[in-house]
Ligand binder design. Structure first.
Ligand code: SIN
Ligand code: MN
Length: 271
């Protein structure tokens, strides 16, 4: 997949692009089997929440080795559809993955993500310039009832706001202050929900404001996030960096893999 110049201009203007059904049903099926497998792993990279200790986040699925490594998610992150789109949106062919995470929201209990900019945290990781983008793929149908993500168009042009720490869920998150959010929402276009069938995807800029609500439905929600960054803009050395699974030090440029990589990984896993 090669984005058109109009799509790249749209990303620059709005801060995001939507891709209905970017991954096929067959590919989603493989990725969901991997989701089930990794969610049973006991690791600090698997964050749980709620009465039933359901999974909220699984980190670092994209690497070749490691407790949560998944060949199928690794293959997904390197498809032309994903990696080439990130290269085009960031106007740079030399990208690495700052992190990958698979966000679950368990039926009834899965918690919200308050409005935030990802660059709130990534700036504190020692990254100077906000030129990062995340490709996210929904692995279950995304609806307002099950806590789909919303984005605020054009908000990436507002610069980085001064955040506050939200400790209301199992994963502490730097979020946008309420007074700032009210101001942005008065001035900017209405939030856009990232809805659609499993396999639908979106790429969004690291300063784009986004959020998602509680999962009020009876089905678990799953959504993968691949966060791409320019090799040349890699983080400065820090005294106390966050763990490698959220602030990767694998700064080797990524290369595009086969388009059928997810299906091939699925066959290997089943063998
Ligand atoms: C995030 O913004 O990092 C997560 C949003 C979601 O999983 O809905
Ligand atoms: Mn985010």
């Amino acid at each position: 997949m090669e984005l058109s110049p109009e799509q790249v201009a749209q990303f620059d203007r709005d801060g995001f692009l939507l891709f209905p059904n970017l991954f096929s049903e067959e590919e989603v099926d493989v990725l969901r089997r991997e989701t089930d497998r990794v969610s049973k792993i006991d690791s600090e990279m698997v964050v749980r929440e709620g009465e039933e200790e359901a999974v909220k986040i699984m980190f670092r699925l994209h690497e070749e080795a490691g407790e949560t490594a998944s060949p199928a998610f690794r293959a997904a992150s390197r498809t032309n559809r994903v990696l080439r789109a990130a290269q085009q949106c960031l106007h740079d062919d030399d990208l690495y993955m700052h992190h990958s995470k698979l966000n679950m929201k368990a039926a009834i209990e899965g918690s919200a993500w308050m409005w935030h900019q990802d660059f709130h945290a990534w700036h504190l990781d020692g990254i100077a310039k906000p030129n990062m983008a995340t490709m996210t793929v929904v692995l279950t149908e995304a609806t307002p009832l099950n806590g789909c993500m919303y984005v605020l168009p054009g908000s990436h042009k507002e610069g980085r706001s001064d955040p506050r720490l939200d400790e209301s869920t199992a994963y502490k998150l730097l979020v946008t202050k309420t007074s700032d959010m009210k101001d942005y929402m008065k001035r900017l276009p209405a939030p856009v929900p990232i809805t659609g069938g499993a396999g639908t995807a979106a790429i969004f800029h690291c300063n784009l404001l986004h959020a998602s609500g509680h999962n009020l439905s009876a089905e678990d929600r799953g959504q993968i996030f691949f966060c791409f960054h320019q090799c040349k803009n890699r983080p400065a050395d820090l005294e106390n960096p966050r763990p490698d699974y959220v602030r990767s030090r694998n700064w080797t440029p990524l290369t595009v893999g086969p388009e059928d990589g997810v299906i091939a990984a699925g066959r290997e896993l089943a063998a």
